[in-house]
Design a protein. Structure first.
Lengths: 114, 114
């Protein structure tokens, strides 16, 4: 989508601090980090959000999760722990309408989660 | 695992307010809800947490996500929005060592997410 911020990042049109990239996904540091480690993992293909998922996206969803797990490990977060967050829609606090998984770590994350 | 709370819930040994069940997953309402809708989705098989995921669990991860998306829709959360949260380890605030995905909705969820 030509007007989507994350599509532009995936296309290299807007710079990011990349931590992972393959043919289907890219991960980069959040520009407004909420924890010492705060990374976003996104599919390169434009999916607006969780509620746009279909059964055809199940493989993509599994890859998204396992890639995020590997990034968390590579960032050294396994011994201390981390949190995955995916926002959908207004109540979820989703600010960019392109599916993204937040990895947060490096501090004790409070409860409730927002 | 005989001493795991969520394995006991999955086995029907401890009651829960079930909202979904199939051969691989069960979903139930959190006993300490942090939002008007607060549901946990767990695999019936014992996986301690995200950092125990292997590539062999990728299909399971995809199913977990898509089932949670369907539950959120069934709960009527799509128009207003919702948040998915998965905690791993101490900093993540994981309190039960059996993988579980939180679905939260029914109120505006704040930022940061904990």
């Amino acid at each position: 989508m030509s007007d989507c911020l994350f599509c532009k990042i995936a296309a290299g049109e807007i710079p990011c601090t990349e931590v992972f990239s393959n043919e289907k996904f890219i991960a980069f540091r959040d520009i407004a980090p909420q924890a010492p480690t705060h990374i976003l993992v996104i599919p390169r293909s434009h999916i607006a959000g969780l509620s746009d998922f279909t059964d055809a996206d199940q493989v993509l969803a599994g890859e998204l999760m396992t890639i995020a797990v590997k990034i968390a490990a590579k960032e050294g977060l396994v011994p201390t722990g981390y949190r995955f967050v995916i926002n959908n829609g207004v109540d979820g606090g989703q600010t960019v309408s392109h599916l993204h998984l937040h990895i947060l770590g490096g501090r004790a994350l409070a409860w409730p989660p927002g």
